[in-house]
Design a protein around this ligand. Structure first.
Ligand code: NAD
Length: 360
């Protein structure tokens, strides 16, 4: 099959790690007889340098014309880079926010996996980490507290600030459907996280998720309160498969879950809209401190490519092949500097990409 993939290499380590992800995708194409037609696009600091703005209409349109977009990371050193002397709406991150909005990306997926080979990086006690874990946090990305009406004003002589947490049933239904669809491709369990003992928005959330669950009888649904979920993530992370939650809860829980894996360079992410289209990128930033040295860990970008195959192109076998290749390389003891440990063999960013591609 022929597929159109938009590629935003971005800034910092972005070009290095995306090049390796493309090397792996090319090997997938060769092995499984597909054709990936790449369109290289600018966004972030590199777009500011070339076009004076972090995101152009041409880039937005080219993304819309693609089946999926693979992205590196954007931004520079926020203290020293001239990009951060610009007004906020012209800085690199403004491009990313605008792109997500223009593409209607309302579902953010962050898998947090503890690979047995990287167990020593896990921040949890050994009796917990020994069990391993593989959870996927699905965060609603365009509603809730971060997008609600807000104001700061003086009320009876006292400064008062108000933020509004609002969700309608359609916004909840579409993210719930995504969560169940994704669960069908995994271990068929959904934990819906809310604060239904206090918040009206959570009570509606719970009701709509329960309605959607009826359409997925194979998937087990459980509800959990956000405070107890925060504890469960550090107490028993193996309990979770797909976790779905509103914007702010997801923001906090996904960082907590990422942290307990201990390896930022290993974590991919996806942002999806109502169609199969998605934007796939590593969870980490552009790491300007190590950019251009060929030492960054490309695995998060490579696994983002695997998510692209799985969720936008529906190529399950190919996605499995990439994930198994990553695991194999780790089992064989190859490591980039950030995940290096005694007895392993340290390799560069490009060597890591080649090793993974060779095992497809
Ligand atoms: P960062 O994630 O870029 O770096 C944090 C630390 O992790 C650094 O020491 C870095 O070297 C290391 N690191 C990150 N990815 C790595 C990898 N693949 N391999 C090896 N080490 C890796 O976070 P930061 O330094 O706070 O931010 C740098 C820039 O990235 C900022 O401009 C920030 O705004 C931007 N940023 C962009 C995105 C995005 O593109 N979605 C996300 C987060 C941060």
């Amino acid at each position: 099959m022929n597929y159109k993939i938009g590629v935003i290499k971005g800034d910092g380590i972005g070009p290095e790690i995306v090049t390796e992800a493309m090397k792996v995708l090319d090997k997938v194409a060769e092995t499984y007889h597909h054709k990936f037609n790449y369109t290289q696009l600018l966004m972030g600091g590199c777009s500011i340098d070339a076009n004076g703005v972090p995101l152009t209409e041409e880039t937005i349109q080219a993304c819309k014309d693609s089946d999926a977009v693979l992205m590196g990371s954007i931004g520079g050193n926020t203290t020293t880079s001239p990009w951060y002397k610009l007004p906020a709406n012209l800085r690199p991150e403004a491009g990313l926010l605008k792109l997500r909005k223009s593409l209607g990306l309302f579902a953010n997926l962050r898998p947090c996996v503890l690979y047995p080979e990287l167990r020593q990086a896990c921040t949890l006690r050994e009796d917990i980490s020994i069990q391993g874990f593989d959870m996927l946090i699905m965060r609603e990305l365009t509603g809730g507290l971060y997008f609600g009406e807000r104001r700061t004003e003086e009320v009876d002589g006292v400064m008062t600030a108000v933020d509004t947490l609002s969700y309608n049933e359609n916004e909840i239904r579409r993210i719930a459907v995504k969560a169940f669809e994704v669960a069908m491709k995994r271990r068929k369990k959904v934990t819906s996280v809310d604060k239904a003992n206090v918040l009206d928005s959570s009570r509606l959330w719970r009701k709509v998720v329960e309605d959607v669950a009826k359409e997925y009888p194979e998937v087990t649904l459980e509800h959990a309160l956000v405070d107890s979920t925060a504890m469960q993530i550090v107490k028993n992370p193996a309990h979770f498969d797909v976790m779905v939650t509103e914007n702010m809860f997801g923001d906090i829980l996904s960082d907590e879950a990422a942290m307990v894996t201990g390896s930022l360079g290993m974590l991919p992410s996806a942002s999806l809209n109502e169609t199969k289209f998605g934007l796939y990128e590593p969870s980490g930033g552009s790491a300007p401190d190590i950019a251009g040295k060929n030492i960054a860990n490309p695995i998060a970008a490579i696994l983002s490519g695997a998510m692209l195959l799985r969720y936008s192109l529906d190529l399950q076998e190919e996605a499995d092949a990439v994930e198994h290749a990553v695991q194999k390389v780790l089992q064989e003891g190859f490591r980039t500097g950030d995940i290096m440990s005694d007895g392993c063999k340290q390799v560069s960013c490009s060597e890591m990409g080649s090793l993974i591609a060779e095992r497809i």
